[in-house]
Ligand binder design. Sequence first.
Ligand code: SF4
Length: 177
Amino acid sequence: MFRSKDFLKWSDETIEVVLKKTPVGGALDLLLKDFFNWATRNSIYPLHFGIMCCALEMAVASAPRFDAQRMGVIYRSTPRQCDVLLVNGPVSKKLKPVLRRLYDQMPGPKWVIAMGECAISGGPFWESYNVVPGVDAFIPVDIYIPGCPARPEALIDGFLKLQKMILENKRGLLTGR
Ligand code: SF4
């Protein structure tokens, strides 16, 4: 019997072969790269995942005063629909494999933002027996936003920097992370 899991695996492999190993993929990438890049930078979907106090600032950044949604920033609750992992708070050694798994479940192209001192270096918990000294120890980070806490304005600025990075990198259809 042909199960849905088998169908998804077959379609993934077939699309990958068509895109990466035939001239069709190259032509599509050439035609759609600019559109894909425009759509990507104007629809940033971060994973709705807060660890500690900086998560409150993340929530405020989406409230009416700062309104991150006007820039196309819309939080989703499943990694399958996200292209940004926004880490805000200390990552404990117990949480580390879970966060890595969430990152692996996000489809490419994808980006990572480390918000606040805890996510950048462990912050006040630096050298603690159970806190990882920065998320970049196990996940590649694209944007660092310092602060304890990082203010909503700083997060908005981080999103603007990410949009600029997406514009400059132009990853296209054929590149993953
Ligand atoms: S950086 Fe400061 S405000 Fe942010 S999670 Fe760590 S302790 Fe809390």
